[in-house]
Design a protein around this ligand. Structure first.
Ligand SMILES: C[S@@+](CC[C@H](N)C(=O)[O-])C[C@H]1O[C@@H](n2cnc3c(N)ncnc32)[C@H](O)[C@@H]1O
Length: 207
């Protein structure tokens, strides 16, 4: 696990420091990982998210990768593009909110049961603050599933992400979750399907 306190501020800067609203102004109705990796994300949610619960999809888009056969009480999506969120059939609440401008989620304490952050942690310039606030919003015991692969928009990824290999990125995300302070049982899973995009998950439970 990386000690986040040892990293210089430059580690969290990006080539493109213009407002994120500019980069995400136009919707992208694409998938960012291949079908096998998406299926691995869905399987993790199937295993870890409580059926009927309230789910938070952080850095949400037009797809949430939730298992189709499972119903949830509510699914709150937070992302940068209103058209993408509007097209997401699983969301019951849609919030356009720049987590780099303000890492606090506009949601009540202990109001949801589980959270996912899929192929997006590398775009957060203050990941520790965002992960801490996700912890504020989740009920005790609630899982947070952070998934990532080996692709990104390089101009918008934090500098350190671009310098690390896949195992080191796992150590970075573990370190961010540890530094956030509200998470227990932090573990990393390699759910790469093989033959396509790799898929890693760092999972924690709200303490
Ligand atoms: C690579 S896409 C992943 C989308 C979706 N999670 C998925 O699995 O397909 C990155 C997402 O991060 C979101 N995002 C990027 N920067 C953000 C920011 N500053 N605040 C909130 N969301 C952000 C974008 O809206 C976009 O939907």
């Amino acid at each position: 696990m990386l000690d986040i306190a040892q990293l210089p501020p430059e580690a969290f800067r990006r080539w493109d420091e213009t407002p994120d609203a500019w980069f995400y102004a136009a919707p992208r109705f694409v998938t960012h990982i291949d079908a096998g990796a998406i299926a691995a994300v869905t399987q993790l949610y199937r295993e870890l998210f409580p059926p009927g619960g309230g789910i938070l999809d952080v850095c949400s888009s037009w797809v949430s990768h939730l298992p189709e056969e499972v119903g949830y009480r509510e699914v709150v999506g937070i992302g940068m593009n209103a058209a993408e969120l509007a097209a997401n059939p699983r969301l019951t609440r849609r919030l356009v909110h720049d987590l780099n401008a303000d890492p606090r989620l506009p949601l009540a304490d202990a109001s949801l049961d589980a959270a996912g952050l899929c192929v997006s942690v590398d775009y957060l310039t203050n990941p520790v603050a965002v992960l801490r606030d996700i912890g504020r919003v989740l009920r005790p015991g609630g899982p947070l599933v952070i998934t990532f692969s080996n692709r990104c928009f390089p101009t918008k990824a934090i500098a350190i992400w671009l310098t690390l290999n896949d195992p080191q990125r796992c150590r970075l995300v573990e370190g961010c979750l540890q530094a956030a302070g509200l998470w227990r049982d932090i573990q990393t899973l390699d759910r790469s399907p093989g033959g396509g995009d790799p898929l890693y998950a760092v999972v924690g439970r709200r303490a």
